[in-house]
Design a protein around this ligand. Structure first.
Ligand code: BTN
Length: 275
């Protein structure tokens, strides 16, 4: 179902795409919305659309995901009508090695959108978590399909805890998750939040396409919550421990070990060892 097919029934709980579109000022993203009351995973459906030739900027959004996917094969809790779950189809002009820049760009956009709704500052936990006060508020899952020489398409999936209350969260995430409503003490209009987020994504993606990641890097660094902190990074076959010192121009995490050697980490799970 597309947004134009969707009629908001005024029940007070469904997202109103008409309201979302009001004042949505974008150049590249949000040309078309595919709205679902329930879906397995917006990333899975967006990938199917992209494989069938869908244009850049098309968005898949759902009120609820039955198999919301997180990084490293994890589940993303996706209860109905509380949060935002969406995936954007991107066709960036990037070589495959630079595809991780999409995740970094999105992290800047999500952090900046979150900052406009709360008084604290959002931090980025490399590569894809958005935290506030050390608790996870949003996650980003990018899945790229590449030719040998260029990125064909990227599915950029974003989940944000907007009106998810701690009392409604399952035990396994309650201690380490938060939401915009928990931080502000009141429910937030999901349309307003999503409009702002799509706007910020559109702006940051435009900056990446036109000027490269160098323009966004200082803002990524400004939100980087682990700088100077001791971390352990668990990779498939090894563990890297040391101090996180930032990212390089390819978006790899730089970790300085006890001997002063700087290691580049391109994938893995970062565990902070100090707060
Ligand atoms: C993570 O933190 O591990 C990434 C979470 C990404 C969740 C979003 S919700 C919308 C999109 N569809 C999915 O199945 N996953 C992403």
């Amino acid at each position: 179902m597309s947004a134009s097919d969707f009629t908001y029934d005024g029940a007070g709980s469904a997202l109103s795409l008409n309201e979302l579109r009001q004042g949505l000022d974008v150049k590249r993203l949000g040309s078309h919305f595919n709205y679902f009351a329930e879906i397995d995973s917006t990333n899975r459906y967006a990938r199917q659309l992209a494989a069938n030739g869908a244009r850049e900027g098309e968005i898949v959004i759902a009120e609820e995901q039955t198999q919301g996917r997180g990084r490293l094969g994890r589940r993303w809790q996706s209860p109905p009508f509380a949060n935002i779950y969406f995936s954007v189809i991107l066709r960036p002009r990037l070589v495959p090695a630079d595809a991780p820049q999409i995740t970094l760009m999105a992290a800047v956009a999500v952090a900046e959108a979150v900052d406009s709704f709360i008084t604290q500052s959002a931090t980025i936990k490399w590569p894809n978590d958005i935290l506030v006060g050390g608790k996870k508020l949003a996650g980003i899952l990018t899945e790229a399909t590449c030719d040998p020489k260029r990125v064909d398409y990227v599915i950029l999936g974003i989940g944000v805890n907007v009106n998810y209350r701690l009392a409604a969260m399952p035990d396994e995430i309650r201690a380490r998750a938060t939401s915009v409503a928990e931080l502000t003490g009141k429910s937030v209009s999901r349309e307003s939040f999503l409009r702002r987020l799509i706007h910020d994504l559109d702006r940051c993606y435009g900056e990446l396409e036109e000027s490269g990641f160098a323009l966004l890097a200082p803002r990524w660094e400004a939100h980087f919550g682990l700088r100077g902190k001791r971390v352990r990074v668990e990779l498939l076959d090894q563990i890297v421990a040391g101090r996180a010192i930032g990212i390089d121009r390819d978006g790899a995490l730089l970790v300085e070990d006890e001997q002063g050697a700087v290691k580049r980490v391109i994938a893995g799970d970062v565990i902070p060892l100090e707060s």
